[in-house]
Design a protein around this ligand. Structure first.
Ligand code: ACO
Length: 329
């Protein structure tokens, strides 16, 4: 049975950088509040005259393919992870398929918010192991900036999120002990409304009258925080235990970039050194399904992911959903 490994990574950030000082001009917030509570200094916002969730994903995918020394025509299947597709339907995967010009391969959309990429990696891993596909693109891409309440009313959410895309090329390998060692997926739907956008959804009675408080994300921040700091270490330990490792064996943990305070909490709980945890939320904010592949791609670019390293990916987010993957690079 083949194993899957990550053959190439790429990411794309829209050009426009928005600092906390810029946000101070449009809502009642301060740089100090944002930095102290979230660790975020800036984020990128898409330019809708050139960017879309799908085309940002395609740009990241092209870089990942280049880094894998592959062509788009080598791809057998696309897995597109987002909570902010170009349209309500269809999903973004088919757009990427068209933009890459790879008629008529399958494209699957994953709606698992912050855990989307790790779920997508798990699906790709199963397809590779079963022998169904040899080369799969897993993409996380988000445009939050057009869907945030950027007034003072929405400030507890809107200061956190940013736009961006990351992609990975997943391929088959026969090298023993190399690649994705295991993936672990969880959800708890009783907390679905703790971080939610209520409309548009099929439960809306009157789709022509959307209230602002229903079309923008709403979040019970303290409860999300409480669950995140429990579930992250739990799902990381699940992956380590499954493979007979302990936290000290991890070369690099790439946690979903939810909030720097959450990452710091995980690091402290798991007794990890600074060089074992990668964070870039300071520059990009929380990019949901894109955050893990952007962080992994950036860490790889900076030489922090090397052959033979034990890499752990972990995510937690709306749903609630949470997930981890352990990879021998
Ligand atoms: N600027 C200034 N003041 C603000 C802002 C803001 N942007 N947002 C909220 N406040 C105010 C509130 O109005 C409130 O004021 P009050 O005390 O006068 O009523 C005060 O700050 C505290 O508000 P809380 O919402 O209780 O703020 P909290 O301390 O919980 O921090 C935060 C909010 C940062 C979102 C925190 O709850 C958190 O980190 N939660 C984790 C959730 C998270 O990281 N989500 C990311 C997405 S989910 C995921 O990816 C896992």
């Amino acid at each position: 049975m083949p194993n899957s490994y990550i053959a190439g990574l790429g990411h794309y950030l829209p050009e426009r950088m928005v600092t906390n000082k810029d946000l101070e001009k449009i809502m009642d917030t301060t740089d100090e509040w944002i930095v102290e509570r979230t660790g975020i200094n800036s984020r990128h916002w898409a330019d809708m005259s050139v960017d879309s969730t799908s085309n940002m994903g395609t740009r990241a995918a092209l870089k990942a393919l280049k880094n894998a020394n592959l062509e788009a025509s080598d791809v057998d299947f696309i897995i597109f992870c987002t909570l902010s597709p170009d349209y309500s339907f269809p999903g973004g995967g088919v757009m990427v398929q068209e933009q890459l010009g790879i008629d008529t391969i399958g494209a699957l959309d994953i709606r698992n918010q912050c855990s989307g990429f790790v779920y997508g990696l798990s699906v790709a891993d199963q397809f590779i192991k079963s022998g169904m596909y040899k080369t799969i693109l897993v993409i996380g891409s988000e445009i939050h900036s057009t869907g945030l309440d950027k007034t003072t009313r929405g400030r507890n959410v809107s200061v956190i999120f940013g736009d961006g895309a990351g992609a990975a090329v997943i391929r088959a390998t026969d090298k023993p002990g190399h690649g994705v060692l295991s993936t672990h997926l969880h959800s708890q739907g009783k907390y679905a409304e703790e971080l939610v956008v209520l409309e548009p959804g099929s439960s809306s009675l009157n789709r022509t009258e959307y209230l602002p408080e229903k079309i923008y994300p709403i979040m019970n921040g303290s409860n999300v925080f409480k669950h995140a700091v429990t579930r992250f270490p739990e799902v990381i330990m699940e992956a380590l235990n499954k493979n007979g490792y302990s936290p000290s064996d991890i070369n690099l943990l790439i946690p979903h970039q939810a909030n720097l305070r959450i990452s710091q909490f995980i690091q402290k709980t798991m007794h990890l050194r600074d060089d074992q945890v990668f964070n870039n939320i300071m520059k990009y904010g929380n990019t949901t399904a894109a955050s893990v592949p952007i962080a992994l791609s950036e860490a790889w670019q900076e030489g922090k992911v090397k052959e033979g390293d034990l890499i752990c990916l972990a995510a937690f987010g709306s749903g609630f959903t949470w997930a981890s993957a352990l990879i021998r690079w």
